[in-house]
Design a protein around this ligand. Structure first.
Ligand SMILES: [Zn+2]
Length: 544
């Protein structure tokens, strides 16, 4: 069947296209232009904006922390689609199912869950499989694991470390490697409560920096498309811009993705000793094209922070609103759930809000800065439409700034920034750039042969309304959303890599699991048949 989207403004930065024209879809893929009368179905999208489906590289949508947050905060389960009363789980709202629907309604078609410890991978994949419409992927968390730190302590070869990383990725069916406060979760168990890039992990004798460098090298050696995805040290602390800048320098020109950099954009200026240093940080990003960042924008509302950075979450317990937390220590990272209410009349929260927007607006290249709230840590992903509007409209920003504490705004450069994102730049940041960063050649653009993931928006001058409620969304060529409402349910795939490695590492790991846990290492493998669906997983090529 040939579908023709006729007469829209097609914005496809991968091909330098921003012009009125047609997009053709055949058998789930974008097709080369054909005679107009050849189409079986024609959608008149004149006056509408046509883009590829959006891709989110960092959103916590599944896994242990997400579930624990649901259990901790039953009163926060609000949704616009309540289940019928007197049916099972009628009070449990915003399920995995709704996660897919809400993303699709905004024109998002691929979302990456960025924090899956390898031993929790099966649960995460089962939960992801329950999210409809969108394609998914996971990042496997390494860097506080005993096996890796032991390899480093014992001075084992680069090849051995790459083999270990590869087998953990393969067993957990992940798309890339995440590292969260390298070594700090181990140090936390030894009652360390602050951990810097050059601090040494007790009993292993390796520094945070060495762990990061080793993982970065392994990702490169394995030719995994997505660079090491790093949550670096000292998140959320005044003055931590120095850590972020030191981490950028530590990459030494090699590919590195820094997660939710807004939470590291803090100086110590002013009488409260807390200021935005986002302008300085943006300069460092601009000067290091090997580095990509995502923002982790804060928005003012109740949310919950979920993190495997147990040291950070433990230190943040006093800030919990409402006053309840879950901290659990365990093998690998441990984790913490701390509810948080970002308030617009709070000096610190207002500085955080401004510093995120400064990063968006002061990093010059939209291929280098990625659109996230670190859902749900900075704000739920449902706030994306408001953030699109803020980066596209300086007058709207002025209105917001006027309502915020002036003492906070004096600690940022935001009031002086004139830049407004164009739709072309938004499409670059949310389509082209994430596809490239993740090695997904079949999406993020509208060239012939690409997956027919397409979002059509009303050209509403209210950009928040435009991005909140897409006019039409196609996933793999199937129409799934009409005017912000899901009209057709389907299930996507989970993207993963399958790097080659020396299988000798598996024998070592089998002995290790047997000795340490008295169990088979296979307990922690995610079998493909765990997801009872055809084509549940899809490999993304690893190539240098
Ligand atoms: Zn995160």
């Amino acid at each position: 069947m040939l579908i023709r989207l006729a007469g829209g403004r097609v914005i496809d930065p991968a091909h330098g296209r921003d012009a009125t024209g047609d997009v053709f879809i055949r058998d789930g893929r974008i097709a080369a232009p054909e005679a107009n009368d050849a189409a079986d179905v024609v959608h008149d999208v004149s006056g509408k904006i046509v883009m590829a489906g959006a891709i989110d590289i960092h959103s916590h949508i599944a896994g242990g922390n997400v579930n624990t947050a649901r259990l901790l905060l039953p009163e926060q389960h609000r949704a616009h689609l309540p289940r019928p009363a007197a049916t099972p789980l009628s009070t449990a709202l915003w399920s995995t199912f709704e996660t897919g629907c809400r993303y699709a309604a905004m024109g998002f078609t691929t979302v990456i869950e960025p924090a899956v410890p390898p031993h929790y991978a099966l649960h995460s994949h089962l939960e992801l499989a329950d999210i409809p419409i969108i394609d998914k992927g996971t990042l496997c968390v390494l860097g506080n694991d005993d096996f890796l730190l032991s390899l480093l302590r014992d001075g084992e070869s680069r090849a051995a470390i790459a083999d270990y990383v590869a087998t953990m990725l393969t067993a957990s069916k992940a798309l890339g490697v995440k590292c969260i406060n390298a070594g700090a979760a181990v140090a936390f168990k030894h009652n360390v409560r602050a951990f810097n890039l050059d601090d040494i992990v007790p009993t292993y004798g390796v520094s945070s920096r060495q762990i990061v460098e080793a993982l970065q090298q392994a990702v490169m050696d394995l030719a995994i498309p997505h660079p090491l995805h790093l949550h670096t040290n000292n998140l959320g602390i005044a003055g931590n811009v120095e850590t972020a800048i030191a981490t950028i320098a530590a990459a030494r020109g090699r590919p590195l993705h820094l997660a939710h950099l807004q939470f590291y954009a803090y100086g110590k200026e002013g009488k409260r000793g807390f200021s935005s240093a986002a302008a300085r940080l943006a300069d460092a990003v601009n000067a290091n094209p090997n580095v990509t960042i995502d923002v982790g924008q804060v928005m003012f509302r109740q949310t919950v922070t979920v993190s495997l950075d147990i040291l950070r979450q433990f230190n943040a317990m006093d800030t919990a609103r409402p006053k309840k937390t879950v901290i659990f220590d365990e093998d690998l990272n441990g984790s913490g759930i701390v509810p948080f209410n970002y308030r617009s009349n709070n000096f610190y929260n207002a500085v955080q809000w401004a510093s995120g927007l400064e990063l968006f607006l002061l990093v010059n290249d939209p291929m280098q800065v990625f659109f996230t709230t670190d859902h749900p840590n900075g704000a739920p992903f449902t706030t994306y439409p408001e953030i699109f509007a803020l980066i596209m409209d300086r007058n709207l920003r002025r209105q917001w700034i006027a309502d915020l504490p002036s003492a906070a705004m004096e600690m940022t450069t935001l009031p002086s920034i004139e830049r407004e994102y164009s739709l072309f730049e938004v499409a670059t940041m949310t389509r082209v750039a994430p596809a490239k960063l993740l090695g997904l050649k079949d999406r993020g653009h509208l060239g012939a042969g690409a997956l027919a993931d397409v979002a059509v928006y009303h050209d509403d001058p209210d950009r928040a309304q435009m991005f909140r409620s897409a006019h039409l969304v196609f996933k793999d060529g199937e129409l799934v959303v009409r005017d912000g409402r899901v009209t057709h349910y389907r299930f996507g795939r989970t993207l993963k890599v399958d790097p080659g490695f020396d299988r000798g590492i598996d024998q070592r790991l089998a002995r290790y699991y047997d000795e340490l846990y008295g169990c088979s290492r296979d307990m922690f493998r995610v079998p493909a048949e765990a997801i009872a669906r055809d084509h549940a997983f899809e490999d993304v090529a690893c190539e240098a």
